[in-house]
Design a protein around this ligand. Sequence first.
Ligand code: SAM
Length: 365
Amino acid sequence: MALWAPTHNLPLSPVKSHARRTRRRPRSRRGYGTGMVAMAASYEYEEGQLERPKWAGQTPLSRLVRTIISFKPLYSLLKLGARNVLISTAEKKNIPWREMTKDILESDVYKELERIQNPSLVYPDYYLNPFHAYDEGNLSWLAAAEAEAATMSMARRAIPDASSLDEANEIIRGNWLQAIEQHHLQYSGNSTIRDILDVGCSVGVSTGYLADKFPSAKVTGLDLSPYFLAVAQFKEKKRSPRKNPIIWIHANGEDTGLLSNSFDLVSMAYVLHECPEKAIVNLVKEAFRVLRPGGTVALTDNSPKSKILQELSPVLFTLMKSTEPFLDEYYLNDLEATLREAGFVNVQTILTDPRHRTVTATVPH
Ligand SMILES: C[S@@+](CC[C@H](N)C(=O)[O-])C[C@H]1O[C@@H](n2cnc3c(N)ncnc32)[C@H](O)[C@@H]1O
């Protein structure tokens, strides 16, 4: 999974990492006359033999895991187990999970909620269910306070051989941003990225990366959780002011209410695996609507083709599925086809780290 999953550092059944063996530093190349530096993406992460992992979709193995999870007492145990494993492995990797959570929960973050919350927003049904081992899903302060530590864990999990969190982030976020930049330079017809929408921005980590990468752009972070957005705004206020302050919007990415043709880049980072099929399709359609002609959509998330994900141990994927209700729907969706059906062209997929792909596409001119 992406942000919220037990790591493969479980003592029970460790899976071998292929990260060091397969990692390549991308070559750089100048070009396209836009003033931006284009980097030729040449990552070479290992793909597995299958289209998607055997534990995903309508396979006997997947059905077995679903049956196990649907047994309520076992589900509660698995949920608790997944949470404990997540926290303890994060802390072993020097991510101070409990300390970070406490800092947020004991701060003034609560004041931000009223400013950010849209009280008339109607949540989609899928968003109101328990999720990630939180009974209130993403609609809680605890989920919001733990989200940044979970993001850090995801980076460490994706690049287990990285010597530090910074190095892991440099690879996963660096490769993702580079894939976006390269796609836009190649297909946008020289248009500059002026307006960026980060759908499913959570506590603003991806939004911050986008704002740092494209400092002249106006960046908007949008999420369904007002608690996450409150943390995003609180953290943003603590850092040095940006030339273009980030705008936070509490809305549904499926129907944002934003103007058509008003963005050059719409990003969704680690969002789609948390959504049912119908929401995935709607999110992609809405991205198409709000993008300008020549605009780029960038979807980064778990790669069904990742060798590491295909080879996860049964214990790990059972734990993972116990807190991620829509993984099967995500893995069964043909994302490239979904993008084409929405009208996108130049659909490209690249493994930007050993676990995650970045799928980019363009709105025709
Ligand atoms: C794993 S987090 C994203 C992390 C963040 N983009 C990053 O890269 O650090 C997924 C986010 O998607 C949000 N989300 C899920 N469905 C959504 C929807 N329909 N509209 C907007 N946000 C949504 C969740 O609230 C959650 O904050």
